[in-house]
Design a protein around this ligand. Sequence first.
Ligand code: IYR
Length: 219
Amino acid sequence: MYRFNPLDFNPKAASEMLGLAEANYQELKKRRSVRDISSEVVPKELIEKIIMSAGTAPSGANKQPWTFCAVSNKAIKTQIRTAAEKEERESYENRMSEEWLKDLAPLGTDWQKPFLEEAPWLIIIFRKAYELENNVKSNTYYSQESVGIACGFLIQAIHQAGLVTLTHTPSPMGFLTQILNRPANERPYLVLPVGFPKKAALVPTITKKSLYEISVFYE
Ligand code: IYR
């Protein structure tokens, strides 16, 4: 059993709570996925703090089934870009359905991923399908859900720190296991290039669904 301590919780004044929720919404609403990431240097300390925020995420039985690989090494970034573009090219040209390509067309994405080399940092998130310590296996629980939540925290922390990112999902992404030399229990999950936006960065004029489209209240 863990020792149980009183919760460290500062109740907020009822009169402030709506304003706080509104302020958080207004800030998160400004987050955009940015493909035009500049090569301006981002200090390692900033990336470390951002990863620490992601590490506070809840996880099944507190197993924290994640590894965040932070890459600033140029040669490794080049290797990742080359391998990702090879897979992406194959996907765009042969593997993705007509409907998928039609859905992506307005966003202007293609198989080319210059941001994988240009961004000062790539954070590659790995999911631990099971624990492996000193060659001994043990379980993780709800690792898909847990790592998805941690990635949400990570993307949020990147935005709050004043940086931008893009959720890149190369497929298949087994090449990341090889390039980053990850153990057999870790599965690549997501690639986040992180940095400052280029001065001329452009983003599409997308909108988010309204509250009424995304929610149902049962009162
Ligand atoms: N993995 C590809 C394709 C892609 C898929 C979705 I869903 C997007 O929102 C954007 C792109 C890529 O990263 O280009």
